[in-house]
Design a binder for this molecule. Structure first.
Ligand code: C2E
Ligand code: CA
Ligand code: CA
Ligand code: CA
Length: 277
């Protein structure tokens, strides 16, 4: 047993001890990374399956760790959530994504570009979140109805404090990410101002395994259509998936088949190619 700061705890397992130390190290590094701005955003295009034109981007955060190189979000977002560091990080992400969108909207006025930003449920516990969003929107001056907040179904359930209806007043859209992997009720879908459902990658993968069983995707498409929502299929990797999704009437897609998440210069090049300039 070891005593430290009045709290006593026991560590028997050397592997557990190593993990605990690595976790603490990560937390410390993360704290430093936020003040030193070691993060960057990558942008993955969302594409029309009908015309191949771009609708907009999803912003995905990366950590450029000075020693460990690029760290993917799955490795640090959970720690950021547990420690509350997701709040300053999330504010930075939102600001950065809005600045980039405004920049692209100015540079490519002929492309009606949108931006999707991922939010963690923890962020909605902040009492001043709405004010924060309003301030960043005003500062960056992006076009109306071009910014969407992506959250999961679980987030909707966990978040009682935040009034999602208020997003409509400031022309911000709500997008349900990884749709059908969590819990959502039809009532929730009907009553909340949701404009987009994203079909999780696992269902798009199923298309290849069971090309004859597309019941689930068809049902999501029908549901979305009847509720006046847009549907984006995620994780498209093959031509075959594109063809089946097209046949089913899915309009929007995203995935490695079109493009990986791109750093900003590469995304700009993508837009230059798209605008035919
Ligand atoms: P997500 O929001 O569901 O994002 C989609 C993930 O799938 C991204 O991974 C993306 O790079 C990856 N992806 C895109 N197309 C394909 C494909 O065709 N095949 C495969 N296998 N994967 C594809 P990434 O960037 O590593 O992000 C992982 C998760 O981390 C995200 O899942 C999201 O939950 C979280 N995340 C990423 N950026 C942010 C952020 O800025 N804020 C918050 N709160 N969470 C974020
Ligand atoms: Ca997402
Ligand atoms: Ca997703
Ligand atoms: Ca996810």
């Amino acid at each position: 047993a070891k005593k430290e700061g009045g709290r006593s705890y026991q560590i028997f397992d050397p592997q557990m001890q190593a993990e605990a130390i690595a976790r603490l190290q990560l937390e410390q590094d993360l704290r430093k990374a936020i003040t030193q701005k070691e993060f960057c955003l990558y942008y993955q295009p969302i594409i029309s399956l009908i015309t191949g034109e771009i609708k907009g981007f999803e912003a995905l955060v990366r950590w450029k760790h000075p020693q460990q190189g690029m760290i993917p979000p799955d490795r640090f977002i959970p720690v950021a959530e547990e420690t509350g560091l997701i709040n300053p990080l999330g504010a930075w992400i939102f600001h950065e994504a809005c600045k980039q969108l405004q920049h692209w909207q100015k540079q490519f006025p002929e492309l009606p570009l949108t931006m999707n930003v991922n939010f963690s449920p923890v962020q909605f516990q902040q009492v001043n979140l709405f004010a924060q969003i309003v301030e960043i929107l005003q500062e960056t001056g992006i076009a109306k109805n071009t910014l969407n907040i992506e959250i999961t179904e679980t987030c909707l359930l966990k978040t009682e404090k935040f009034n999602f209806h208020s997003l409509q007043d400031i022309n911000v859209g709500l997008c349900i990410d990884d749709f059908c992997t969590g819990y959502s009720s039809l009532r929730m879908l009907r009553d909340l101002p949701i404009n987009t459902l994203k079909i999780d990658r696992s269902f798009v993968e199923d298309i290849i395994k069971n090309p004859h069983d597309t019941t689930l995707i068809s049902t999501i498409l029908l549901l979305g259509k009847s509720l006046n929502m847009e549907i984006v299929a995620e994780g498209i990797e093959t031509q075959k998936q594109v063809e089946i999704l097209q046949q089913l009437g899915c309009i929007w897609g995203q995935g490695y088949f079109f493009d990986q998440p791109l750093y900003n210069q590469k995304a700009t090049q993508f837009l230059i190619d798209q605008s035919g300039a």
